[in-house]
Ligand binder design. Structure first.
Ligand code: FPP
Length: 247
């Protein structure tokens, strides 16, 4: 496995888990089989992230656009998510993982309640924060923040002149998370697909051809090693960064 600098591991990694369908097709199986094996990758990557010192892991599990997939696949995915919560909650507690959910809340009632219960049970855990984006889209999150601000202005709690990058960021559903230093997308696609549009302004993007069900600790370490080879400048010059970024 590649060597990484343990003192420069990103604190927040976001992942677009892609390629489950193609993985299943290659095996001659139906798409849902790919999603089932994808759950195994979620488990492996969460454990590896904890081991490596990553503090926050955010996974794109279901986008608002995914609702337009064939009904049988949508239903299968919802059932899979529900049974995964049941089977994994014990290990999440044992491994000190805090579970969080972000999204527009448009989920089957029983699943939404189960997720909320999982959040409640794990809220005191101090290890990795595992955030699942479910019925989520980046544009929705931005529009939702804008609506909250408009409501505050209507109620007289805020003035339009108070709207800034900082006050806006506070209204984003993901405001409890630091911005991800690294965004990974599997399966060879090189797109953001409406994921964390606001929060990835300065993230390093890492694309790999590996399909999500084949992604595990080794692949995560490779992504972190590549991240560590890059220089993050935040719009500054290389010289400023070499000076310690204080200029
Ligand atoms: C993308 O592959 C994957 C999804 C839309 C769903 C991801 C869901 C899981 C891995 C299971 C959820 C589990 C937990 C615990 C979060 P794709 O279907 O778009 O694959 P394709 O591009 O090859 O068709």
């Amino acid at each position: 496995m590649e060597e990484i600098d343990r003192s420069r591991v990103p604190q927040h990694i976001a992942i677009i888990m892609d390629g489950n369908g193609r993985w299943a097709k290659k095996q001659g199986s139906i798409r849902l089989v790919g999603h089932k094996f994808g759950v195994g990758s979620v488990r492996r990557v969460t454990e590896a992230a904890a081991k490596l010192g990553v503090r926050y892991l955010t996974l794109y599990a279901f986008s608002t656009e995914n609702w337009s997939r064939p009904a049988a696949e949508v239903e299968g995915l919802m059932k899979l998510l529900s049974s995964t919560i049941d089977s994994e909650i014990g290990d999440l507690m044992k491994n000190n993982v805090r579970l969080k959910m972000v999204g527009d809340g448009r989920l089957p009632e029983a699943l939404r309640r189960k997720m909320e219960k999982g959040e409640e049970m794990t809220k005191g855990n101090t290890g990795v924060t595992l955030t699942l984006a479910l019925s989520y889209s980046g544009r929705w999150e931005i529009a939702d923040a804008a609506r909250r601000i408009a409501e505050k202005v209507e109620r007289g709690e805020m003035k339009s002149g108070d709207v800034s990058v900082e006050t806006f960021a506070k209204e984003m559903q993901m405001s409890f998370l630091p911005e991800p230093e690294l965004l990974i997308r599997t399966s060879g696609e090189q797109r953001i697909s409406n994921f964390m549009l606001w929060e990835t302004a300065y993230s390093e993007f890492y694309f790999t051809d590996t399909l999500w069900p084949d992604f595990g600790e080794k692949e995560l370490v490779e992504a972190i090693a590549e991240y560590q080879r890059r220089e993050r400048r935040f719009g500054k010059t290389s010289e400023q960064i070499e000076d310690g970024g204080s200029n």
